[in-house]
Design a protein around this ligand. Sequence first.
Ligand SMILES: Nc1ncnc2c1ncn2[C@@H]1O[C@H](COP(=O)(O)OP(=O)(O)OP(=O)(O)O)[C@@H](O)[C@H]1O
Length: 711
Amino acid sequence: MAQLAAGRSGRVIGDYAVGRQIGSGSFSVVWEGRHLVDGTVVAIKEIAMARLSKKLQDSLMSEIFILRKINHPNIIRFIDMIEAPGKINLVLEYCKGGDLSMFIQRHGKIPDATAKHFMQQLAAGLQVLRDNNIIHRDLKPQNLLLSTDDNDAALKIADFGFARSLQPRGLAETLCGSPLYMAPEIMQLQKYDAKADLWSVGAILFQLVTGRTPFTGNSQVQLFQNIMRSTELQFPVDCRDLTTDCKDLCQKLLRRNPVERLTFEEFFHHPFLSDRQSYDVPRSRSGSRTMDGFHSSGSSPSGKMEEVSHDDSLPFFLDDDSSEPEGSPSYIKHTSPMKSSYGFSVERREAAASSPLKNMELNSRYSRVSHRADTNNFKFESHRLIDRNQFKPSSLPDSRSLSTQGRVGDTPDSIDQDYVLISGPSVDIPSSSSGSPKLFNYPFKSHSPPVEFIKRNVTSSTAPMPIAGATGRNIGGRFESLESPNSLPGTSHGSLNLVDAFEQPSTHSLTRIRSLQKCAATIAELVRERIDSGKQLEAFSIQLVILAIWNQALHICHTQAASGVEGSLRQDSNRVRRNISQEGSEKILSQIQREFVQEVERAEDLAKFVESGNTKMPDAMEIIFQAALTLGIRGGVDEVVMGEAENAVTLYTKAVRLLVFLVVEAQTLILNPPLTLTNSVRYRIRTYIDNLISRLKHLQSHKRTSGPQKP
Ligand SMILES: Nc1ncnc2c1ncn2[C@@H]1O[C@H](COP(=O)(O)OP(=O)(O)OP(=O)(O)O)[C@@H](O)[C@H]1O
């Protein structure tokens, strides 16, 4: 606290001294703050407006609007909004227990009584939302904050970025939310109503008491299929001791058909939430559920509301770019409650990644450029087990054990340290216009500063800085600069504009779809190579990634078609009509559907090579990463040793595309388990990308200067 009083960073926002970073979301960094006069500790959610599209700004305004008008112990309390140039700071009640996903991670599956306690509070919060005609639409453990880290914690619903006001009897029609907690009617792009939130509640309760999400799948399609195919909600065998009421509530909340699902009233009055069942409430807690002055009673949650103002509706329409489906998968955080500022999950098992990638040694023929990549302590999660029984719930304990391997007892401080990624010190990447290539210009030469060095910079940083890459420039910008039509020989290099300035996928649907198509095409080459060399299992594993990519593309198409709002495919088409002639959204959709079906068929062919039972699957992400490194090396050889500039460009380009796929797209795909990258891993990949782009630029400028001069 002493640190906080002084304001660790020395920064002051409004009347608050800014302390340590608590967390971050896709578009925000959350800081601990302390009131300069009365010492009240708060959370300050700092949002850089420049990073928000118009729609996201609207969503933010909706969040502020909703929070402002509600004052309830189970809804995060809004204290103030402080504007600064280019930024908005939301001052919120501080929840020192973190979020519910952290709690689950720390405590594992929790006893019925504790789950009941949380559910009662969730019910109370939902009652308030209901009274205000608000659907949250993104209920998930990460959005449920806790006042303390114990079983008596007060739970507060937070993050109303996706929430929207319901018109009376209105139906929300847009896709949003986190797939693992997403109601099937939303996945199906059907009209949905507030009951969609109740599905999410069911999924959260199920996870609380079993440690697993109720349904899972290797992709969103599979997840959906698993939900649709299941005849009865299966509880894991080790959860036999769950009370009948608890199981009953899960079953009735997780009914596929929203009509059959419990109503809110039935939920609020379900026996599981009733305090009358003293048998499953531990003595120590019974009768002492006063949280912040609020006595939680499940039977009539709304009765405990302190104050709710009754503005009828939002002053604006929320459209749903904020619910960007492409972003949603990255919100899945089996393994970590923490996320980077850029929408990537930060998997806190960096140190556990004890299996370094193989040193990248060129064979003897190319010993001149032999090089060891700076990939120590870096390995994607290896050897995923593919469970052919798609209906089996995902196992949270597995994820937990991974996350605890190397960093048991991460304190908030240590999380903080690894969590922020700032522009590292300038990395010595040769300028593209510098003289002829030298061996030290080799793309995979490591220029990354040690992670420890980055951390030190983080702690001394006065403000979070965007991930701007090792060079302080962004990937997108550099791709853009390579975009000129006659940029590079022998490649479709003009299409390298894969990411936007913040390492997120493009927000333009069509651009995004094109980028996904290119990723799929490049990865498909790897599949073919694997098949040719008899590595069918590897091919199958990679093929599943391709399916996830196409699924994502379909998802974007469907979402855009469903929302029919600003940013639609048509509009995007208009924007890029010069480049993509007359392509209507229907045509794109049917093209993607065709591709998807073809890829499914390929996957089915390859699936024959998977033996029945649990087969140890090669890790597709690792394979892709390794392939990218190899391509980079081969490109280096071609450029430096063989003098084959055009080949080098082709190889570098593919390598870049694969790396960009990993750092930008892969984490947005619905994979099981989802891919998460630590900041340091991302940093390293970005450094590789920087280096490759530097080489590409060099070759580009070299070609321009040496090529035939146009009159
Ligand atoms: N009031 C708060 N008190 C304590 N911790 C908080 C508070 N608000 C947010 N956090 C922490 O910061 C994290 C990021 O919160 P934020 O609302 O910015 O993003 P998010 O909703 O989790 O992410 P996204 O916007 O990408 O869905 C939360 O998961 C939580 O752990």
